[in-house]
Design a protein around this ligand. Structure first.
Ligand SMILES: [Fe+2]
Length: 385
């Protein structure tokens, strides 16, 4: 038995963020509350869409979302949306803006106390109508029932609930054309991690649809990430990245991620390192740890040729798996991402506190193919340091 949920409706195509304004207006109504970040409003990426929306709806923009959004930002956005008498919420940006938009629409629509929404299936809904438009290719947040917020003590807390899947996601590759190379690289690796962890998740809801989506995602991401990073104006590569990250999002929305994410969160929370980069830093080390489990090793060997075309499938799982992990580690270097914790000014002593923090991510750790204790997490951080 498994269940599979996803965003009800999806539009993919160049210029669709502008061309689909009729659908947005119909869904979101008279008072549309837009949640985004300052970088995007300054770039004017949403200008044409807003101009068209304004012909029929009132618009209020909240552009104070920071990366790894805090609970206080969420509350500010919520108060502002409430004051505006919002009829619908439009999230526009990377995972951070979309995650805040999800919870603002939930809090507005349900009147549920914020303290009771955290965790799996604790949000009761309903929410206000919600449309999400991603501007990065990585989080897949537009098709996941998950929102991650940083608490005052820097712990990351998540809401996982079908109520925060949006009514509509609009994927417009043109919006990703100006993403800087380092963000393209780190968010792209995040998407790969989603596919790898979804495929190998030991969550009881791991299912054939998620596996199929993971494979397709890895093919698209693997074939395009280097072009997208080094030739950002290549629209085919940008399209493949956006499509791949969405497919990986659908995969892990129903077969949840595991220890790579659990160990990435403390890096982001304690040292303000972006989610994608945090993932890429621990990825090869968590995979090395997991590969001592036979099933995980087989799965990694199976996935390897989809991500790296020249990696032939062979009967020797161990060899292919090790090669796969080496290539992943090498990919970060190739894409010019930092690949050691020390390069980011993280002190070696922090491995201890990060390992302690990671253990709090029980929601994710239970999905890992090999059981991780605090001492294992410590050793993984040490290896990544
Ligand atoms: Fe992620």
């Amino acid at each position: 038995m498994f269940n599979f949920q996803s965003t009800a409706s999806l539009i993919f195509g160049n210029q669709e963020a502008v061309n689909s304004t009729d659908q947005i207006k119909t869904l979101l109504g008279k008072n549309i509350f837009i949640i985004t970040d300052k970088g995007l409003t300054e770039l004017g990426l949403l200008e044409l869409t807003i101009k068209k929306l304004k012909t029929h709806s009132n618009i209020k923009i909240f552009d104070d979302v920071e990366s790894d959004p805090s609970k206080s930002t969420l509350l500010k956005a919520f108060e502002s949306a409430k004051e505006f008498d919002s009829t619908g919420v439009l999230g526009f940006g990377g995972g951070s803006s979309m995650d805040v938009a999800k919870l603002v629409s939930l809090l507005l629509g349900s009147n549920q106390d914020i303290e009771t929404i955290w965790g799996v299936n604790n949000a009761r809904g309903p929410r206000l109508p919600l449309v999400l438009i991603p501007t990065t290719a990585g989080t897949g947040s537009e098709v996941t029932p998950i929102s991650i917020i940083t608490m005052d003590d820097k712990e990351k807390k998540g809401v996982s609930s079908k109520y925060i899947l949006p009514d509509l996601a609009i994927l417009d590759p043109l919006l990703t054309m100006d993403l800087p190379a380092n963000i393209t690289a780190s968010t792209g690796i995040d998407a790969m991690v989603h596919a790898i962890e979804a495929f190998t998740s030991v969550n009881p809801n791991n299912n054939p649809i998620s596996k199929m989506l993971s494979i397709e995602a890895l093919k698209l991401l693997g074939s395009s990430i280097e072009v997208a990073v080094f030739d950002g104006k290549n629209i085919n590569a940008r399209s493949n990245m956006l499509l791949g990250s969405m497919l990986a999002g659908k995969a892990f929305a129903n077969s949840p991620v595991a220890a790579v994410h659990a160990l990435a969160y403390p890096i982001g929370g304690l040292f303000n390192i972006s989610h994608g980069l945090s993932n890429s830093l621990v990825l090869p080390h968590v995979l090395k740890f997991n590969s001592l489990n036979e099933d995980a090793r087989k799965n990694y060997a199976y996935l390897a040729p989809y991500l790296f075309k020249n990696l032939e499938n062979s009967k020797n799982d161990e060899k292919v798996c090790n090669h796969f992990i080496d290539l992943l580690e090498n990919l970060s270097k190739k894409l010019k991402l930092p690949y050691r914790l020390r390069e980011l000014g993280i002190p070696e002593e922090a491995c201890n506190s990060m390992a302690k923090e990671a253990m709090k991510q029980t929601r994710l750790l239970v999905n890992n193919p090999r059981k991780i204790e605090e001492s294992d997490a410590f050793n993984i951080y040490k290896a990544a340091w």
